[in-house]
Design a protein around this ligand. Structure first.
Ligand code: NAD
Length: 461
């Protein structure tokens, strides 16, 4: 089947490459000329493990190509996917749908025959119906069908997630509701979607066939739930610190309950990234639009902000509450390992706050520098953790890259002016850190040693 993928970002590129690997003929489109020029040369614009090899093999086999010309890609395509960005709209947190609607208009103008338009971008309930309306209004002469096919891939594990998904969700309109799927187009949309994902159905990955609204809602409800789970354990972590419990043991103890599950129960510096922050905001806004206050989601958003602020206090506390003139070596600034994505990474809130309190910040990140350089003005970039720690007063682990999981702690401590560690991903055992010669250590939801907090406790006793 011939497929056009509009938007060649994290989702569009991975989806396009994987669909071509399923055997479809895929043309990926992006407005960004540099991105497309690079892709034509085999240069992958993002860091995603395994993507470059899969892309190269599908290009070599003639199934995958790249263009800036949307009309060229859309003409003759049976299915056109919309995978453009839906960032937060300034001010109200609503999803900015202008890229989605602009793409729908361009698709309508370019289409040459019956086309199934599939929304892969994360869009609030009601958006696909509006896409259908735009298509009909722009090209009343053509038979369009719309389908909602939200994407659940995780950056860093995106190919595996696309190829071996927990489920595929497809929302379709019914044939009588005037959503662009009238006159039998809904049935055709179902056939086209079934053909696209046939390799997955054959391997019995579950597919959820549903209506447009439910498909749209599934994506937001899933992300809001996951953000709530992370936030829950972060809140428990704060209590563990005060009450002398260990959040890692608590997470293990609750996660082994099959009804709860162990994933997304890792305490840390708060969720970030290109999805959870914007999607929780948009979900809360959708609730308000419909007169249903989503109080849990609203609380998750607020608590997550507090978590990031708490991390800043934790780092300052380790230095006796005074960061003026201190050097902080930060290990990891991307929002999670195995990605170069810096969107809404906790580092973007934490590092400027440290700088504002007078700290010099030195950063090392295996992939974050390209994006991070302009997002984090005034920081110095180091090549490796030991160089970053040279003469520093504190090392702060913000992202649990594998490279940071087995550091030579003695070497790290001896490189520092005053060895202290803020382990915001709970990678290390406090005893090991102390044995390596560190003066102070704090993590999230576990007892540390040294630092102002301990001094305050000692003074009170
Ligand atoms: P992105 O910003 O990385 O990529 C979007 C791309 O679309 C950009 O390259 C932009 O130039 C291009 N674009 C915009 N309008 C265009 C047009 N009219 N024609 C051609 N190209 C156009 O975004 P992303 O992270 O890939 O996210 C895309 C969507 O997928 C969002 O709705 C997001 O919420 C959702 N999503 C993202 C992830 C993720 O992990 N990043 C996971 C699941 C879902």
């Amino acid at each position: 089947m011939r497929i056009a993928m509009i938007g060649t970002g994290y989702v569009g590129l991975v989806s396009g490459v994987c669909l071509s690997d399923f055997g479809h003929e895929v043309i990926c489109v992006d407005k960004h000329e540099g991105k497309i020029a690079g892709l034509r040369e085999g240069q992958v614009p993002i860091f995603e493990p395994g993507l470059d090899a899969l892309l190269a093999s599908n290009v070599a086999e003639g199934r995958l190509s790249f263009t800036t010309d949307l009309a060229e890609a859309v003409q003759g395509a049976e299915a056109v996917f919309i995978a453009v960005g839906t960032p937060s709209r300034r001010g109200d947190g609503h999803a900015d749908l202008s890229y989605v609607y602009a793409a729908a208009r361009e698709i309508a103008l370019a289409a040459s025959g019956p086309t199934v338009v599939v929304t892969k971008s994360t869009v609030p309930v009601g958006t696909n119906r509006e896409v259908g309306r735009i298509l009909r209004e722009t090209r009343p002469d053509l038979a369009f069908a719309v389908a909602s096919n939200p994407e659940f891939l995780r950056e860093g594990a995106a190919i595996d997630d696309f190829m071996r998904p927990d489920r595929v969700v497809v929302g379709l309109g019914d044939s009588a509701d005037g959503d662009g799927n009238a006159d039998g187009n809904a049935a055709r949309a179902r056939e086209v979607m079934a053909d696209i994902y046939r390799p997955l159905f054959l391997r019995e990955f579950p597919i959820v066939w549903t209506d447009l609204e439910s498909a749209e809602m599934i994506k937001y409800a899933a992300n809001a739930f996951l953000a709530a789970k992370i936030t829950f354990i972060n809140e428990v972590a704060a209590l563990c610190e005060r009450a002398g419990a260990d959040v890692k043991a608590v997470a293990k103890g609750i996660g082994l309950d099959g009804r709860i599950g162990s994933k997304f129960l890792h305490a840390g510096p708060g969720y970030g990234g290109s999805c959870f922050p914007k999607d929780t905001r948009a979900f809360a806004q959708t609730g308000r639009d419909h007169g249903v206050e989503l109080r849990l989601t609203e609380a998750v958003i607020a608590v997550n902000e507090e978590v990031k602020a708490r991390m800043i206090g934790k780092i300052a506390d380790l230095c006796g509450g005074d960061l003026q003139g201190r050097t902080v070596a930060v290990l990891g600034v991307t929002f999670k390992p195995n990605t170069d994505d810096m969107r809404e990474a906790p580092a973007l809130a934490i590092l400027p706050a440290l700088q504002a309190q007078g700290a010099r910040v030195r950063v090392v990140d295996p992939q974050g520098r390209r994006e991070g350089e302009h997002l984090l003005p005034g920081v110095d970039w180091a090549e490796d953790p030991y160089a970053a720690a040279e003469g520093a007063h504190l090392v702060a682990i913000l992202t649990e890259w594998n490279q940071f999981r087995a550091l030579d702690l003695k070497r790290l401590a001896s490189a520092m002016a005053e060895p202290r560690m803020a382990d915001l991903r709970n990678i290390y055992d406090p005893q090991d850190v102390q044995a390596a010669g560190f003066l102070a250590y704090a993590s999230v939801g576990r007892t540390g040693f040294g630092g102002a907090a301990e001094e305050r406790t000692a003074a009170a006793e």
